[in-house]
Design a protein around this ligand. Structure first.
Ligand code: M6R
Length: 613
């Protein structure tokens, strides 16, 4: 959730790099931020509640500009409200050491009591300060910073990625990980670490993912990894193929808008090279998706959170419909605590943009323990979920910075479709010709997505959003493959516009929620041509009979003619209609939020990657 950066250099100041790194990572958490640098025999901390701009004002005096080593942090509060005191870095009071942390120290209360009993003073409400004082206590005994960190970590229970800086004969920079991600990189005259590769891109594309239970010591030109016992670990750097430009706004007003418009390219990158037209099949790179394994699979268990779970719900329709394999799905946060029963030969499919979501990761680990085959659909090469999966379909959406997921979602749905076709072919449920037909439909989707992203659609969506700016609440309804799209449309609006929106299965309305419909209430209905179109039309009539104001999104012209307002979506095969239908809903949420003056890329209370429970 929080963003961590750190750097040490033999040839120049690190402060500007730390600030730039925090700017890149601010999307991960943004209620306060800070830096600490080692200079002139002491460690100086500057931190501020609010956005990075506040911290930059504090740093404008230039006093820390010469430092050769430092750490930085942008926070998403877990323990203690956003305030200057609770902002990171935290120091141990000695002026020799400071620490930043992402995660939760679960036994912080007992450790805090122990430290207070020793006469140590606390200045914040955070769990992080406990860890800082523990490291400080070990460091005071004359240990190296690496040894002090290893000794302190032996006392804590919980999840962390940390970076610690100290002064001594020369500055030292150490990181450690158990849970939340941490990546390091070395250059000829420096070494850098961060909670996300994005912040390392200005330095190098060759990065080293730190794994759970590892400590990393950085010095100019060198990254040395050990385990908690201090034994060396060797790891080859991994090359990141995309460049930093991919994470910029590229002329768009917001990352979210840019990411919505990138979707046709994301579809092509995720799907086209994998289509084996001659065989009417899909060829995934890497091991793990071969016929022998897929024939053995008896069930699929999808585990994911938020938007990724909506993609997983669509995966169920696709896999059951095409490959005839039963699919269950669950919120990862529920799965991990409900003592699940998994049938033999279950494929556990984690779907995740970041590959670092704590609940998804824990659920995948549990599924593996229960005997399932761990697999994933993921956007982050090198992430923990990918490393812990036997097989992965990478989504190639590129970095997604907007907190509201858009392009990662469509990429997940496309990947799920590829998987459904692969499973269906491997199990003989569809023949070569049918496979080819399905994959041709997928190829045809790209120009349709481009057409949908026209000025005309944007204009119409914006006008509808404006007409309903003052609405107290919205319903989003859909059936079949487009029921999860209704959930997703509602989630997008809630997240960035802060308006109450409820996604519902249209056929379920009559079992209760229809009581909420009152004259003029906006009800967005997704209706595309397919096996449930007639049913959706009846549901529209039911809402209209109660005075609801119906906005129809989809390819079915009859449904649109029933609506009070509508957005036409190009025709596509029913399996792929969700990929098109979600686009007007993303644009709707975007424009609604924009007109309400909301912070679109950094909505309140949220963070991009939820690496704590
Ligand atoms: O990185 P993940 O895909 O695992 O993230 C899962 C959810 O936290 C994420 O989809 C969240 O719901 C988004 N903010 C939705 O826009």
């Amino acid at each position: 959730m929080c963003g961590i950066v750190g750097g040490i250099s033999s040839s120049g100041t690190v402060l500007a790099h730390l600030v730039e790194g925090l700017r890149v990572l601010e999307y991960r958490g943004y209620d306060s931020c800070g830096v600490a640098v080692a200079e002139g025999g002491s460690v100086t901390v500057r931190r501020k509640v609010g956005r990075l701009a506040e911290l930059e004002r504090v740093l404008a005096d230039g006093a820390l500009g010469q430092a050769r080593a430092g750490i930085g942090h942008t926070r998403w509060a877990t323990h203690g409200k956003p305030s200057d005191e609770n902002a990171h870095p935290h120091s141990d009071g000695s002026g020799k050491l400071a620490l930043v942390h992402n995660g939760i120290i679960e036994n912080y209360l007992e450790l805090r009591r122990e430290l207070i009993a020793e006469g140590r003073k606390f200045h914040s409400e955070t769990d992080t300060e406990v860890l800082t004082l523990l490291v400080g206590r070990e460091y005071d005994l004359g240990k190296s910073l690496g040894d002090a960190v290893r000794a302190a970590l032996a006392r804590v229970r919980g999840y962390y990625a940390i970076a610690v800086i100290s002064t001594g004969a020369s500055p030292a920079l150490v990181g450690a990980r158990h849970g939340p991600p941490l990546v390091a990189a070395q250059t000829s005259d420096g070494a850098w670490l961060a909670s996300d590769v994005l912040a390392l891109m200005p330095h190098t594309r060759d990065v080293i993912y730190i794994e759970d239970g590892e400590v990393v010591e950085l010095s100019p030109g060198k990254v040395a990894i050990t385990n908690l016992a201090g034994e060396p670990v060797t790891r080859v750097p991994l090359r990141i193929e995309w460049d930093a430009e991919a994470a910029s706004k590229g002329g768009f007003a917001h990352h979210m808008l840019k990411e919505i418009f990138e979707q046709p390219d994301v579809l092509a990158r995720t799907a086209f090279d994998r289509i084996a037209s001659v065989h009417g099949d899909v060829a995934f790179e890497g091991a793990g998706w071969d016929d022998a394994l897929l024939k053995r699979i008896k069930r699929v268990q999808v585990i994911a959170c938020g938007t990724a779970l909506h993609a997983g719900m669509i995966a169920r329709y696709m896999i059951e419909g095409l490959a005839r394999v039963p699919v269950d799905f669950d919120f990862a946060s529920e799965f991990r605590y409900r003592e699940p029963c998994l049938a033999p030969d279950t494929l556990a499919l984690a779907i995740t943009q970041s590959g670092e979501t704590a609940d998804t990761l824990a659920a995948l680990r549990l599924a593996r323990e229960l005997g399932a085959y761990p697999a994933s659909i993921c956007n982050a090469i090198g992430s923990t979920v990918v490393r812990e999966s036997e097989a992965t379909i990478l989504t190639h959406a590129g970095p997604e910075i907007g907190v509201a997921s858009t392009k990662a979602f469509t990429a997940q749905v496309v990947a799920a479709f590829l998987l459904a076709v692969r499973l269906a072919r491997a199990r003989g449920m569809i023949d070569e010709a049918r496979g080819r037909e399905l994959l041709d439909d997928l190829r045809r989707l790209r120009p349709r997505m481009e057409g949908l992203l026209s000025d005309n659609t944007v204009h119409r969506v914006r006008a509808i959003a404006e007409r309903h700016l003052k609405a107290k609440g919205f319903f989003f309804l859909g059936r079949g493959l487009n029921f999860p799209i209704a959930l997703e449309g509602a989630l997008k609006l809630k997240e960035i516009s802060y308006v109450h929106a409820e996604g519902y299965a249209a056929g379920e309305m009559k079992h209760g929620p229809i009581a909420l419909i009152e004259p003029g209430m906006p009800v967005v209905v997704i209706s595309s041509t397919g096996r449930v179109t007639d049913k959706v039309r009846s549901n529209i009539e039911q809402v209209k009979a109660r005075g609801g104001h119906v906005i129809v999104i989809g390819s079915d012209a009859d449904s649109r003619s029933l609506g009070d307002e509508s957005i036409e979506v190009p025709e596509a095969s029913e399996w792929l209609s969700p990929v098109l239908n979600v686009i007007p809903l993303q644009l709707f949420a975007y424009h609604h939020a924009l007109m309400r003056g909301c912070d679109i890329d950094k909505p309140r209370n949220l963070a991009k990657s939820v690496t704590v429970e």
